[in-house]
Design a protein around this ligand. Structure first.
Ligand code: HEC
Ligand code: HEC
Ligand code: HEC
Ligand code: HEC
Ligand code: HEC
Ligand code: HEC
Length: 381
């Protein structure tokens, strides 16, 4: 009995070690792919790669294309197209058109960006073939996730080892050591689990990269476009709404070039119109299905400024979630915020007693909570 337990615990240990090694190997597999092509092709791709990263001198100011065109998934905002976007945007160009797009830019933005590109025809083909490899392999994944996973697995193994030694193998005599290791490992494991579980539901600061680099700063601040111009149902409907491509076209039929992104991003709007598709905006604010929230009640009747709940989105290039959207957040405001009671016909009828108190001046203000803002059924279906 005791021996079979020992074998099982050894097996678990070996499996855990595999579990650590496997993800690390997976991560290195990108390089292997290139090696799999035939010899000639693979050395050409290597050349293309070196040219792309500016590792081969091509003039006085050799440029690193990757300094603008991201090759890895990043969570910071970058106005320039990623190498993956280039791979798709140039896929139907012939070689001449590609070289032209690179060397003879039509827009101000790109002519500055590509000023120092000094490549000959052969080098351009090499670079292009390298760019094309991203179509199948995609952008490099961020490393941070792998590191997190490895730490997590390491903690689990540590926990198991201590646990197994405490109950079965008994190699280490001092029980206190097991206790400390088990306690610490478990604490960190739980912390990591709780962190990622909360992250699934709601996330303050959530700012996904969007299909078009739409910037609130450029529109709402630099060009002083009113929020309601685009989110035109925000004051009288439940949902504020995301503008359709037609709204963008009101201006971008004419405005074809942006100061930061050149033509690349605005071209996507026109492509959407042509193909009758809509950009797949990634939803940022999302309450769970069991919660009812209406913009009309807040931005309309309550006359709250968008800022109170969305922060200074007009100063962001990349929109992000400002409040944590928790129940506590809603209630905190309802408990302190005064409503415009006098003159509000709905309230005056519903809350006659308050109405009389206002009249007798025994009451000078009411919070949202006092008129039902803490009532479960108001917010929960
Ligand atoms: C300083 C930043 C910068 C650098 C460096 C740079 N680019 Fe660009 N590139 C841009 C921007 C911005 C655009 C989009 C401009 C536009 O479409 O108006 C662009 C567009 C392109 C396009 C055209 C895409 C299309 O669909 O028309 C190609 C191809 C390209 N870059 C390749 C390269 C290569 C290859 C290098 C390195 C030799 C490089 N770029 C270096 C900023 C840069
Ligand atoms: C020119 C049109 C335009 C204007 C003006 C504009 N927005 Fe937006 N807004 C958008 C688009 C398009 C999106 C979706 C893309 C994104 O999230 O960046 C968006 C997204 C948002 C979101 C996030 C939606 C989500 O997914 O949760 C909020 C909040 C928002 N806008 C608030 C505002 C506020 C507040 C103002 C005024 C200061 C404003 N917007 C002005 C077009 C506009
Ligand atoms: C009321 C007019 C108006 C509307 C509506 C509008 N835009 Fe713009 N947009 C502009 C102006 C003006 C610029 C700035 C051009 C410049 O940089 O000189 C701009 C710039 C841009 C840029 C480039 C930013 C840069 O600096 O490179 C993008 C991308 C863009 N808009 C996307 C959109 C999208 C997507 C929509 C629809 C959701 C939209 N716009 C709706 C007026 C508008
Ligand atoms: C009292 C807080 C509050 C105010 C004020 C507010 N919002 Fe929101 N907004 C939210 C919440 C909460 C959500 C998420 C709604 C959901 O998931 O059902 C949201 C979602 C959005 C969205 C995403 C699409 C949608 O309608 O669900 C946009 C766009 C938006 N708000 C724009 C605005 C604009 C523009 C204003 C100002 C006119 C504004 N909001 C005022 C709390 C607020
Ligand atoms: C920044 C302050 C603020 C925040 C945050 C806020 N509210 Fe409100 N809410 C108000 C005000 C003010 C009113 C009253 C508007 C009026 O009728 O004058 C109100 C009214 C309501 C009502 C109607 C109550 C009634 O008596 O009819 C509901 C439902 C509601 N809010 C839901 C929510 C939910 C759900 C959230 C969170 C997702 C939320 N609110 C977050 C300020 C806020
Ligand atoms: C002002 C609006 C509002 C009122 C009033 C309100 N809730 Fe909530 N409630 C919310 C929101 C928003 C969430 C979603 C929170 C989240 O996603 O973390 C929520 C979530 C919940 C949840 C799910 C657990 C969780 O934290 O996600 C329960 C259970 C709940 N509420 C019960 C109640 C009960 C019981 C009452 C009455 C005493 C009540 N709520 C009143 C807004 C409200």
């Amino acid at each position: 009995m005791k021996r079979s337990l020992k074998t099982i615990s050894k097996l678990i240990l070996i499996l855990s070690i595999f579990a650590i090694i496997l993800p690390i190997k997976n991560f290195a597999s990108d390089d292997i792919n290139i090696e799999n092509h035939d010899k000639h092709n693979s050395s050409d791709l290597k050349m293309g790669e070196r040219l792309f990263f500016g590792l081969i001198l091509t003039g006085d100011n050799t440029i690193n294309c990757a300094s603008c065109h991201n090759t890895a998934v990043v969570d910071t905002f970058n106005w320039n197209p990623s190498v993956l976007e280039l791979a798709f945007s140039t896929q139907y160009m012939d070689s001449a058109a590609f070289a032209n797009a690179l060397l003879n830019p039509v827009t101000n933005r790109i002519s500055v960006a590509h000023e120092n590109v000094k490549l000959n025809a052969e080098q351009i083909v090499l670079i292009r073939n390298y760019i094309e490899t991203y179509k199948t392999k995609g952008l490099d994944k961020p490393k941070i996730l792998v590191t997190k996973l490895v730490i997590f697995i390491f903690l689990v193994v540590l926990f198991l080892t201590a646990f197994i030694d405490l109950t079965f193998t008994k190699k280490i005599k001092f029980k206190a050591i097991h206790g400390i290791v088990i306690f610490l490992a478990l604490a960190f494991i739980l912390k990591m689990i709780v962190h990622s579980a909360i992250g699934l539901g709601r996330s303050e600061g959530y700012a996904p990269l969007q299909p078009i680099k739409f910037s609130h700063q450029v529109h709402a601040t630099d060009n002083k476009i009113d929020c309601i111009y685009c989110h035109h149902t925000a004051e009288n409907a439940k949902s504020a709404g995301i503008p359709s491509t037609n709204v963008c076209l009101n201006c971008h039929e004419l405005v074809r070039e942006g100061t930061n992104s050149g033509r690349f991003e605005i071209k996507k709007i026109l492509a959407n119109t042509e193909n009758k598709t809509a950009p797949e905006w990634i939803r940022i604010h999302k309450l769970p299905d069991h919660v009812f929230f209406s913009h009309a009640q807040h931005a309309g009747v309550g006359k709250l400024d968008c800022k109170e709940c969305h922060g200074l989105i007009e100063e962001e290039h990349l929109a992000s979630q400002y409040a944590d959207l928790s129940m506590g957040w809603c209630l905190d405001c309802h408990r302190t915020r005064k409503v415009n009671f006098p003159g509000n016909e709905y309230y005056e009828k519903t809350f006659e007693e308050y109405h009389n108190q206002f009249k007798n001046k025994t009451l000078d203000s009411l919070t949202v909570a006092q008129v039902g803002g803490e009532n479960c059924m108001k917010c929960h279906y």
